[in-house]
Design a protein around this ligand. Sequence first.
Ligand code: ADP
Ligand code: MG
Length: 737
Amino acid sequence: MLLPTQPLDRLLGDRTAKAFARHLGLKTVADLLQHFPRRYSSRGELTPINQIPLGESVTVVADILEVRERRMKGKNGSILEVKITDGNGSMSLTFFNQAWRAKGLKPGQRGLFAGKIGSYQGKLQLAHPDYELFPEDISAEDAKRWADLPIPIYPAASSVTTWAVARAMAVVLDTLGEIADELPAEVIKANRLMPLAEAIEKIHRPQQHADWHAARETLKYHEAFVLQATLVKRRLENQHTAATARVAKNGELLSKFDAGLPFKLTKGQVEIGQQLAQDLATAHPMNRLLQGEVGSGKTLVALRAMMLVADAGGQSALLAPTEVLASQHFKSIEKSLLQTLGPEGAKQVGLTLLTGQMPAAERKRALLQIVSGKAQIVVGTHALIADRVEFMDLGLVVIDEQHRFGVEQREALRQKGKLPPHVLTMTATPIPRTLAVTVFGDLDVSTLTELPAGRQPISSHVVQLSQGALVARTWQRIAEEVSQGRQAFVVCSRIDEDDPGIDLIETGGIAEESPEFLDGTDEMAAEFTKKPKPNLASVVSMTQALREISALKGLSIEMLHGRMTTEQKAEVMGRFAAGELDILVSTTVIEVGVDVPNATVMVVLDADRFGISQLHQLRGRIGRGQHAGLCLLLTAAEEGSLALERVAAVANNIDGFALSEIDLELRREGDVLGSTQSGGRSSLKLLSVIGDSKMIQAARVEAEKVLNQDPTLEKHPVLTEVLKQVDQRAQENLAKA
Ligand code: ADP
Ligand code: MG
């Protein structure tokens, strides 16, 4: 969408603009206009007070009878009580520590009051209701019309309420000039869409519920179309771009490498290897997604492709999402190069590691190797690309664990090279097939379906903290495995007591405006003003605690987390890999790719704090050797909660595909594009990649039609501008990453 980008302060005033920027991340008119309501409350469904059901969300029209302020018993703070009546019955509203509201709420005034009904000392009450007061002289008819108007409820913060957003929106909408529509006229017509300007107006200020339904459909279609146009355009451009690597099919180096491997390639590895050889030999850059279960041997597939590039004199870069993983890849690649090519051959390949935290001298040496072309395989974190590292002749970029790099970053990354390199993206978080063609429509997809022979099964179980005996049994199981010579991972969601820990995907950091219903006691009011932190296990405290558990006496237990230095991390990881440590207590730094075949148990604490695919990734760290794996997911989540459902889904499904479907259903959609993971803004606001897959497919067809007819989009200047913005955002997101 091409919306005005002027800052909000002119229109809203400095203070309001600052609050909007700080609490909601909204800085420009465009940001605000794209801050869409989360839902609409139905004022039409008014409830007579004498028929109000306890525990329900209701809206009542009522007159204010009495306003009273009192101190809380034995506490600092006040309660404002407002008694209202609708002629049939009466009830009270309660506000904690908001005495200032008394100024606006006067006896005799009529208004709408909305919230969740509770009772206190046997009387009905609404705690912290939303409300809107009518003008003094409103007629009964007008009151009814007003009551029927849908009220948009915006994502809000405690200091910027949904009502404040609505007020600001009105100011902006009233002063808004013309808005150019990026959709070609024939697309608007064929899909019976509203003009963009009308859709923006109606999603924010609907006169009836049908208005916002229709507006949403139009705006969703905009998102779907722009997404697909971006992907189709990239695909077309790709077909007209020359690739850098000149790759000989099945070079000598690869044959030698294969001959030296201590195992047989799986059928999938062979087939995908042939596909990659073919891709690398064509004149256009490859853009392929390799998906396969954890442990299916993706890295080996990538390494074989790198052999081909090296044989043709080009360079490859392997990007890992974490430092730990980068150095582990480095070590295991080093090992297989030595094993297969021998010391001389390995030296020729010039394997080089480059991470952000390397000592300056070492880093300089690495950079020199890279720019001179001596390093034919470079392993690193994404500092490798963001850092303006110069390659002599970069032919192939391999991105390990795709879910950390979204569509947008991927594209920006490709634009880094002088000539775009081939890109192979690997993921163990498979993308459901329908999605693969729609959202990742710029990629070709290969899937490794089988695991190498001899892989052991992993059994997974949920352990609810309320089941005390089972928790104790958990530690015993670790002790048993260790006594058999095995090792264990214990994973926590945070480093120490000060660490806020990983964010739940569902909350997205934005609070609902109205607080949860309180049943009105003074104690609860105090709770409300100071929400207790959930008592989450931390790496530091668990390490201590485990060392003191009698079942684990004498075992060597160490910790690993992101605040340790690179050397410390490498040292601990090295000792664990060498079997010197029995238990590794860590954060998700071990989430991806860490390969210690002797580790057979994983215990995840507060498992409900982790995302579904994250848990699946974590679990993939065990069952990699000859011994069966055991994964225990500890959680305090309650019976029947969504949190428990998610954890149970992981325990009950070992199939990554099934989990990725479940995950997508429960995730915030923006994450699918990946940019939110690096703190950037996603372009998908309304579109649901699962729920709207039909629309997305339809938009793809339309986008292809438009771009096939007009590949440079000469006749579509607004769309061109919008697509430019998408690319720009991709660059910004990469810079932030
Ligand atoms: P992932 O797909 O999770 O990245 P990896 O590439 O890390 O899996 O492979 C896991 C382990 O399996 C590695 O130790 C690797 O050497 C080994 N491996 C890969 N391919 C085979 C194979 N065909 N047969 C046996 N082991 C294999
Ligand atoms: Mg891997």
